[in-house]
Design a protein around this ligand. Structure first.
Ligand SMILES: Nc1ncnc2c1ncn2[C@@H]1O[C@H](COP(=O)(O)OP(=O)(O)OP(=O)(O)O)[C@@H](O)[C@H]1O
Length: 200
């Protein structure tokens, strides 16, 4: 089903947000016809760009996807340009294949403004060997996927390095959509794993 178009925009221009979005991101927004923020975007983008932890509860179609994708791109833009292809800088976990795929496609034009940040979509229904070969050969800086496949890949590939992880986003709709305890256990495991490398 097509996403519902959001007509409730604020008077805040993307170009007015502080900290400022990069010129390349503003150009990508303009190319997509986006000029003014929705309320959730105006409220959350400045916080996320300032490295605050944010929990958002907003209606379907309110523009949540860009509200977290744009800060993610800004934070990755500031990250170490020397990092290696298998150093994961960001993880986006969502409960369903469809949502992960939607996020991956919405993110593409903005991720492509970054040098050397390869996003990988990791969901069930695709041969796991193909995913592994792709990651082993080309690396993966941004993982977007569902808990089951992300867990599977992390168990199979030792070479993925999370020490420089900048952003971990949980697109939850948690109580409603995360299917079972397994998903929850994986998320706890991932968070524990990340805490090993990060103090906060
Ligand atoms: N600032 C904006 N200006 C105009 N349209 C926008 C803006 N932000 C998002 N949209 C459009 O609004 C629609 C809904 O956005 P999006 O899918 O991000 O909402 P959502 O809150 O993530 O919804 P869901 O909960 O269903 O995932 C999309 O078609 C998107 O292109």
């Amino acid at each position: 089903m097509a996403a519902k178009q959001n007509n409730a925009l604020t008077g805040t221009l993307f170009s007015e947000l502080k900290p400022a979005l990069s010129e390349a991101v503003l150009e990508a927004l303009s190319n997509s016809g986006f000029k003014f923020c929705t309320p959730v975007q105006a409220a959350t983008i400045p916080l996320l760009c300032s490295y605050k932890d944010v929990a958002v509860d907003a209606a379907t179609g309110s523009g949540k996807t860009l509200a977290f994708i744009l800060p993610l791109v800004q934070i990755l833009l500031r990250s170490d340009p020397q990092n290696k292809p298998h150093q994961v800088l960001g993880v986006i976990i969502s409960p369903t294949r469809e949502l992960s795929s939607q996020i991956y496609h919405v993110a593409q034009p903005f991720i492509s403004t970054l040098n050397n940040v390869k996003p990988v979509l990791l969901v069930g229904g695709v041969d796991v060997q193909t995913d592994m070969k792709n990651i082993e050969e080309e690396g993966a800086k941004l993982l977007i996927g569902t808990p089951g496949r992300l867990d599977d890949i992390m168990n199979r590939i030792d070479g993925l390095d999370f020490r420089n992880l900048e952003v971990c986003l949980l697109v939850v709709e948690y109580l409603v959509k995360f299917h079972d305890n397994y998903d929850f256990i994986f998320i706890c495991k991932l968070l524990e794993y990340l805490v090993k490398f990060h103090d906060n």
